[in-house]
Design a protein around this ligand. Structure first.
Ligand code: CAA
Length: 273
């Protein structure tokens, strides 16, 4: 396998703040970014490859996370063309785009994967609410991207598949934790270890879709959701997301204390207005 370089691609992608147009570096990463006031829309944009993702895509996602204007509150992730994403670009297995690290230098491989994971982890930031608008296939890295978002709005033609184990890999783009939290350990094991495809109606039944809509209603459903999210107080939204995100790992005592701390912050904020 290759040396995990970017094969001449830029290491980072510069994004002018408040851009409303495609940026050269992002285009190369197969991404479009549109920022409209408090809403940023990130489009996976390699429809001819079913939005298959490369290292440049994941670095581009990380760069978007680092560069969003402060007023952005909601981020929508969507796919252009027939699929949300077909996962990793299979060309990476044959060395295209730098190739995968071979694991012979574990520390370098660890750093390399951690950098790619950054493309996914920022989607959990409390100051943002992230929404995956999923249609068509969401496979492997694409499924994990949807899992990294706070809320999934899913079209009735969606199909989820955690393909990695079938390819001799593990899901390593931060998808295993949310999958277990959402679907439970038994279902997560069954889905991953068979690499079977989950249709939209089952995805909704097992909690992978917060909302299931007809394919032609996806954009409208996302618009309605974004409107509702923006109608809620920004500070309260961030504080509540912080609370909900830590709830599963906390004891009741810890969580009650965290609620008190956040509420005191809210009360202080409200009284200062
Ligand atoms: N990588 C590179 N090219 C891909 C691709 C991928 N993951 N998925 C699709 N393409 C390409 C196809 O090769 C095809 O190219 P040509 O037109 O040049 O032949 C084009 O996109 C259209 O694909 P299909 O004709 O197959 O389109 P379809 O709509 O009939 O099927 C699909 C769509 C079900 C997604 C199918 O393309 C498919 O199964 N793709 C492979 C999915 C896959 O195995 N992904 C890896 C997941 S594992 C992962 O992501 C690992 C990780 O994170 C570590």
């Amino acid at each position: 396998m290759g040396d995990a370089s970017t094969n001449g691609r830029p290491e980072t992608v510069e994004i002018p703040p408040e851009t409303g147009v495609p940026v050269p570096g992002l285009e190369e990463a197969g991404l479009l970014l549109d920022v409209d006031g408090p809403v940023a829309t990130v489009t996976l944009n390699r429809p001819e490859r079913r939005n298959a993702m490369t290292f440049a895509t994941w670095r581009g996602l990380a760069a978007i996370g680092r560069s969003l204007p402060a007023e952005v509150r909601v981020v929508v992730l969507r796919g252009a063309g027939p699929s949300f994403s077909a996962g990793i670009d299979l060309g990476m297995f044959s060395g295209e785009g730098g190739g995968l690290p071979d694991g012979s230098d574990p520390e370098a491989a660890d750093r390399f994967i951690a950098e790619l994971q950054e493309g996914y982890t920022w989607l959990r930031r409390p100051d943002l609410v992230t929404v995956a608008a999923v249609h068509g296939h969401a496979i492997g890295a694409g499924f994990q991207l949807a899992l990294s978002c706070d809320i999934r709005v899913v079209a009735d033609d969606a199909k989820f598949c955690m393909k990695e184990p079938a390819l001799g890999l593990v899901p390593d783009l931060t998808g295993t934790k949310p999958l277990v939290e959402i679907a439970g350990i038994g279902r997560a094991l069954e889905l991953c270890l068979t690499a079977r495809t989950v249709p939209a109606d089952e995805a909704a039944r097992i909690g992978l879709a917060e909302t299931l809509v007809p394919r032609d209603g996806l954009d409208a459903a996302v618009r309605d959701l974004v409107g509702a999210l923006l109608a809620v107080d920004a500070g309260a939204s961030a504080a509540t997301k912080r609370l909900l995100r830590q709830a599963a790992g906390n004891t009741l005592e810890q969580q009650s204390a965290a609620e008190r701390r956040e509420q005191i912050g809210r009360l202080r904020d409200l009284s200062a207005r």
